[in-house]
Write a protein that binds this ligand. Sequence first.
Ligand code: NCD
Length: 326
Amino acid sequence: MALVGSGRKVVGLAPERQHGFYGRDIVSVRQFTRDDLTYIFGVSDEMRSLVRRVGATDLLKGHILANLFYEPSTRTFASFAAAMQRLGGSVIPIHGVQYSSVSKGESLPDTIRTLACYADVIVLRHPDVGASEIAARYSAKPIISAGDGVGEHPTQGLLDLYTIYSELGTIDSLRVAMVGDLKHGRTVHSLARLLRMYQTELTFVSPEILRLPSELKCELEEAGRTVIETDSVESIIGTADIIYVTRVQRERFEDMREYEAVKDCYEITTELMARAKHRMALMHPLPRVGEIHYDVDDDPRAAYFRQMENGMYIRMALLAAVLGKA
Ligand code: NCD
């Protein structure tokens, strides 16, 4: 069934049979090929130079984005809004669902159907794994996931991979270490899934109870990646090309004693960075709550602020692409 509107949405076709990004939902990084990534990174480069040269354009003039967030957000919410506005479009911001009909008990499908009447694309952050896929089923307009619980955060995965490429000029043959809450960190899940398509060596650094979900580990091994698990940052500090640090996700713990036991497990300091490779990048999806000391911010290898800026260019590229204007 093809649904019409200002954005084409082809329902029932496998993503690989759909042409390009036009009208496509973005709910998991599993849907991308390396060619898709190369294409989106190329458009993101253009968006970056456009913003630096002239700040904004009217490519998406007359288009509307609904930014629907059931969980807290600073960067994802603001960068999607900025991306849409820099492309000349406008935004319906729903950033506290307690003020919407959700607080009256409205279901996700009904909220989505409503916003699909008014907007051309819907960005959704939700606490339940799989919520974006459910939303996509009910939406006549493209759904872009902005994170579904402990599942995935596909646009963050894309901006993280784009940052790796921008910082080091390659993705293949890198040693990537991911540090922190690998169990609940949806950004880790999306980035690791993207990295499985490249010749990378992956080391996962976490306390025992925050290890990577076993099904994800299997996916990586089946794709031929070398997967190493350790609880020691010391073991990777001198060899990693990318160190991707994450916050321990307090809101995902049922037992607060478990959280207290692991919350301060790692801190990247200037002393540790002194032992890291000269050419490497230190990344973090942010927000940080103690995992990277503020003194590290002046280190040229600290890439996390460039990483969050890249988020806007990636989201500009994705919005233009799903609305058929890239
Ligand atoms: C992340 C998220 O929401 O998953 N934040 C973000 O979008 N940059 C990471 C986190 O909250 O720790």
